[in-house]
Design a protein around this ligand. Sequence first.
Ligand code: NAD
Length: 292
Amino acid sequence: MSARILDGRAIARVVRAELKERAAERARALGHPAGLAIVHVGDHAASEVYRRRLAETAAAVGVGARVVSLPEDIKDAELRAALAALNADERIQGILMELPLPEHLSARAVAETLDAAKDVDGISLVSGGNLFLRLPTFVPSTCAAVLEILDRSKIALAGRRAVVVGASDVVGKPLALLLLSRDATVTICHRATRNLASWTRQAEVLVVAVGKAGLITGDMVRPGATVVDVGINVGADGQVVGDVEFDGVSAVAGAITPVPGGVGPLTNLMLLAQCVAGPRLLQDGDGAHLAD
Ligand code: NAD
């Protein structure tokens, strides 16, 4: 068997065109393009490239990106004040705080300060609570990207066994909650999970977000499963690979996202889509809705 390729680049082209229309509608309603503040502390070459790409994509779809550069030696109180000013700025609809922060700063201070109505990457304490309680919210853009690929590829979730490998606050955990909100039966695996393969082999939908090249091999996958690879690993040769051993797994799986060209192309677009749309109620399960 050879798996269907879930082509993130092709899906991204469609999402991008739709987003452009929605951004234009929102700009008409606001009287100006939706504004995204990209906040970063200090200067690092890799994140500079990331910011430039995000700002270019924003401009291309009709979102006004504003890069807010803060000095490396900024104190927690000053960072809070900078975020509070953006919370109050009417031309800013979304705030992206680049993580990780330098060690002397508290990610908790950011999570407490960001206004949940502008927290387009879903990292604030309130967004986490809203996701948990299924109240209108933003979600981490990587998680939104995974769901977008599954939805646009018509992969059913309700009642299916989903296994998420990786339990971080920004990917694994929120993704597990999103899959649960779609009525999947969800298992979360992490670094202390014993016999990982015994769990992954049960998955009808397997999502892997760890950061270890080659972690998932063909013998760990149930025949016909959908496999979404969130991992990004840069090899010694500079090549980017995911967490899933692509050749072996695509011989067993029913559908698979490649790396590169899977989740990655959608992540920034989903961030911008959330900036344009605002916090939203999570979609219900895609099957018959189950009574609680
Ligand atoms: P993280 O380091 O914060 O978390 C990794 C998780 O993997 C942890 O929960 C840990 O317990 C688990 N883990 C570690 N070793 C394991 C093992 N052997 N078996 C099972 N679980 C194990 O990482 P993160 O920020 O969640 O990112 C995960 C991966 O996703 C990274 O490769 C990152 O680069 C990538 N990522 C991709 C995108 C994208 O847009 N495609 C966005 C964010 C992160």
